[in-house]
Design a protein around this ligand. Sequence first.
Ligand SMILES: CC(C)(COP(=O)(O)OP(=O)(O)OC[C@H]1O[C@@H](n2cnc3c(N)ncnc32)[C@H](O)[C@@H]1OP(=O)(O)O)[C@@H](O)C(=O)NCCC(=O)NCCS
Length: 114
Amino acid sequence: MSGEAHITGIAVEEASRGKGIGELLIIGSIELAMARDATVMSLEARVSNFVAQALYEKYGFLNVGIRKGYYTDNREDAVIMTTQPINDAAYRNKFNALKDAYRQRYGEIKMELP
Ligand SMILES: CC(C)(COP(=O)(O)OP(=O)(O)OC[C@H]1O[C@@H](n2cnc3c(N)ncnc32)[C@H](O)[C@@H]1OP(=O)(O)O)[C@@H](O)C(=O)NCCC(=O)NCCS
């Protein structure tokens, strides 16, 4: 949608989880959304998926509602999560601080935006 970047899904193979790869995917998605002048970002996550929700909350996604029966496999509800405006100074400062912390923990971030 105009001005809104929507993440349809991210996943890391099971053996590689807990090593910062999911976080790097979110950092890359936010960088891409900023480069394309998106105003906000949104996504859905299973209500039971607390790991994914923790990752998204770390990057400023807030729980703004529920989509009842969103997932077709088991009719599980989805949590709708959106960011505050990502072009605001407040969000950019928070994002830059998170990227600095990521670099200190995992090393330099190298990515090429498509
Ligand atoms: C969600 C997923 C992508 C996270 O990827 P990952 O590479 O394991 O995550 P990272 O190592 O980058 O962790 C980043 C953050 O995620 C959260 N997180 C990761 N593992 C967690 C765990 N076991 N328990 C709680 N929070 C966790 C934390 O907020 C973590 O930040 P922290 O290390 O500062 O606490 C991964 O678990 C996955 O692929 N899950 C299956 C698919 C899925 O659920 N996708 C999301 C669909 S909406």
